[in-house]
Design a protein. Structure first.
Length: 472
């Protein structure tokens, strides 16, 4: 039995121009093995293709589907089959297929990705043939559209846009197709194929940027305050702490955003205002209160002095939770507390006016000033004096138009890479660099783990506006 490693090795050989010199290795058994492996995903897609679409299958795939592994028995047919499989596994065109759940509403993440990609290709690379395929609401619909993209439209670049389909379900057949695939999602479903790339704001780079800033400002002791809604941010931050030996987490606290009293408990724990945190002081205060006949209730939290064993509080929750947090700190007479956070802080309501306790606090974001955006998505109303904010309804639209523009920019650059081999092509894409723009920095497009390198922007809070003080 031939191992998967041998299959992979043969596929690499057959999909590279140098395979001709290795044709002596093209035995009958290896021919049948590679033929079956290459044909399998196309056969699966054919079964999902609507009957009325089957007449429109590209001639190349009609030939593949009709071919039989017994062609490997004859030396001449075996040689012809090898050349044909080379053609199947080649990059032949600039056809791009966006797979996304579109629906009827045009003001959705999927439509914003589509409109931005379409606009970019029209204005910057009209040679790209851009196709959009509505994946619907289930995986069967996704497979039907993938079959249409590959077998009929002859797509060579696949883009997985926003949608309800499971990338985890799709990853096996996408890997077998060996087409460059770009995932426009924060969750790639464990899709770690060498042919896949994630194009999305890079959370790891954001949390690393925040930790770099804390180290620069000598804020070494961290208290983490979060809810389930910011668990992904916190997990990324904790994963990156290993690169910062000077920094350490001294305490972690979780609140429930659906329970108002939960924040009260969180702040008591953070400031060590519970009886078990200061037992001696609590007993002294309790004794004094017991001698006060007028006292109806006794809550040590209002009389114990706050103990701050941290240098900074990391609070990645949204601005409404943050305001609740700062009001609770003030209520318990915390005194000055340094707080840092995430892009969820970004709101004009937070800084107009700015709570005193948040003076000099800062947060990390994946979008800088809005006048820095690429031209094709900068058609939003901006305050001429302050480019920090846009309308609340525009924020998500801009985010996904930026993601779509970035994906189109990367694919456009990839189409100019000189290689007909899919294996070589994805290697070149992985190592691809780009020039500096107003928004994106110059350098490698993708990190080693195939996630897009994305700038991180540090904003400092000041009264009524944000000050961008660092870009990494």
């Amino acid at each position: 039995m031939v191992s998967f490693i041998n299959i992979f090795f043969l596929l690499v050989m057959i999909s590279t121009p140098s395979f001709a010199v290795s044709k002596n290795k093209w035995t009958t058994d290896k021919c049948k093995m590679v033929f079956n492996y290459v044909k399998k995903p196309y056969l699966k897609l054919y079964k999902h293709l609507l009957i009325e679409k089957r007449k429109k299958i590209h001639p190349r795939y009609k030939k593949l589907l009709k071919s039989n592994k017994n062609l490997c028995n004859d030396p001449k047919s075996r040689k012809d089959l090898r050349l044909f499989l080379e053609e199947i596994l080649a990059m032949r065109n600039n056809h791009v297929g966006l797979m996304s759940q579109l629906g009827g509403d045009t003001n959705t993440p999927a439509h914003n990705v589509y409109s931005s990609m379409s606009s970019y290709f029209q204005n910057n690379n009209p040679k790209v043939k851009f196709n959009v395929l509505d994946t619907g609401y289930d995986f069967s619909s996704f497979l039907r559209q993938l079959a249409l993209a590959v077998l009929v439209l002859d797509v060579n670049y696949i883009v997985l846009g926003p949608g309800k389909y499971s990338i985890h379900q799709a990853k096996k057949i996408l890997h077998q197709l060996r087409l460059p695939t770009f995932v426009l999602s924060n969750d790639n479903g464990g899709f770690q194929s060498k042919f896949s790339f994630q194009v999305f704001p890079n959370l790891d780079q954001m949390t690393k940027t925040l930790l770099i800033e804390l180290e620069l400002q000598k804020k070494y002791r961290l208290s983490l305050v979060s809810s389930r809604l910011s668990s992904i941010f916190m997990q990324s931050l904790k994963n990156n702490l290993k690169y910062f030996p000077k920094l350490s987490v001294v305490s972690e606290h979780e609140f429930n955003p659906d329970e108002y009293q939960s924040m009260d408990k969180t702040v008591r724990s953070l400031l060590k205002l519970n009886p078990e945190d200061q037992p001696i002081e609590y007993k002294k205060l309790a004794l004094l209160e017991s001698n006060n006949t007028k006292a109806k209730t006794f809550d040590a939290a209002f009389q114990l002095e706050a103990i701050k064993e941290f240098d900074v509080v990391v609070f990645p929750g949204n601005f409404k939770n943050l305001k609740h947090f700062t009001r609770t700190l003030k209520y318990f007479r915390s005194g000055p507390v340094q707080i840092v956070g995430s892009q969820k802080w970004r709101s004009k309501e937070l800084v107009n006016p700015l709570p005193k306790i948040l003076e000099n606090s800062y947060f990390v974001d994946y979008v800088g000033y809005y006048n820095m955006l690429p031209k094709n998505i900068s058609d939003y109303q901006l305050d001429q004096k302050d480019h920090s904010f846009v309308g609340a309804s525009d924020v998500s639209n801009i985010d996904f138009k930026l993601i779509g523009t970035r994906a189109a920019e990367i694919i456009s650059q990839a189409t100019n890479l000189q290689s007909s081999s899919r294996t070589i092509k994805v290697g070149l894409i992985h190592k691809m660099s780009h020039s500096k723009s107003n928004f994106f920095k110059a350098g490698r497009v993708f990190s080693e783990n195939r996630k897009s390198n994305w700038p991180a922007f540090m904003f400092k809070l000041t009264d009524k506006k944000l000050n961008l003080f660092r870009i990494r």
